[in-house]
Design a protein around this ligand. Structure first.
Ligand code: G3P
Ligand code: MG
Length: 253
């Protein structure tokens, strides 16, 4: 028998890649900055090194955020852990490493942050990335804490998450809205639908919520846009910088 999908109560505002405008993306410094600002949730990307260690990283290539040639899928963790993922962002962050998922979990738990773990598989590693990430998360995440939200653009990855952690909430991420989104979310047992914010119409949000799913929009960095999306019915905006969202982030008391 298939269990009903786990639900999720999303925050109004979630940090993107940590808080990518304020600290280098997908780093421990970014997670700590998110917590310092008072965010309760952060999204980050998880990819495998060549030797299958889950690390926080967005691009398939190393160049943009570490200045080095090469691809994550062709680089062993022993080399990845010594890459500088902070200098490109600002000299103050020079020497900030690419963190392993294991290191990130330690910071999340210490800071009381709830994660949206975006599975970012390199080609052909959709299932393996989930297997490695979830094995680690299930070993380290305390059973008494609300579980992480697992999301991906990859249908195969979300399906694998359902098999491996059926009672943890899942989200499908899309850039465009597929015509058959209802069928897909149901088949994957999703709790939430994460949509590119330009696709965020009131009609879509109404239909998604009526179908029983939460809805989040990425990546929203302007107060007016955030307010519009929330007024249209989005549950959550995922942002690089909550301090740019004015009253959406911190309503006047
Ligand atoms: O999880 C939402 C968002 O992070 C998806 O896009 O490319 O920033 O990982 P990307
Ligand atoms: Mg992401």
């Amino acid at each position: 028998m298939t269990e009903p999908p786990a639900g999720v109560a999303l925050p109004r505002v979630m940090g993107h890649r940590g808080v990518a405008a304020l600290a280098p993306e997908n780093t421990l410094a970014g997670l700590r900055e998110a917590a310092r600002l008072g965010l309760s949730w952060v999204e980050f990307d998880v990819m495998l090194t060549r030797d299958a260690v889950p690390v926080l990283f967005h691009d398939e290539t190393l160049r943009r955020t570490t200045g080095r040639p090469g691809r994550m899928a062709e680089t062993d963790y022993a080399a990845v852990k010594d890459l500088d993922a902070g200098a490109w962002f600002h000299p103050d962050f020079a020497g900030t490493p690419v963190p392993s998922l294991e290191q990130a979990v330690e910071v999340l738990l210490a800071e009381g942050l709830r994660p949206n773990v975006e599975i970012k598989p390199t080609p052909g590693r959709d299932v393996e990335t989930v297997e490695r990430a979830l094995a680690l998360l299930k070993a380290l995440w305390p059973a008494e804490q609300p579980p992480p939200l697992i999301s991906s653009f990859s249908l195969m990855s979300v399906a694998a998450a359902r098999t491996l952690a059926p009672d943890w909430p899942r989200a499908l991420i899309v850039d465009g809205i597929p015509a058959h989104w209802r069928r897909t979310l149901a088949a994957l047992g999703c709790a939430s639908f994460h949509v590119q914010h330009r696709r965020g119409s009131a009609a879509l949000f109404r239909e998604v919520r009526a179908a029983g799913y939460a809805v989040a929009c990425f990546t929203v960095n302007r107060e007016r846009r955030a307010r519009t999306l929330l007024e249209r019915g989005a549950d959550c905006v995922i942002t690089d910088d909550p301090t740019r969202l004015g009253a959406v982030w911190q309503p006047p008391s």
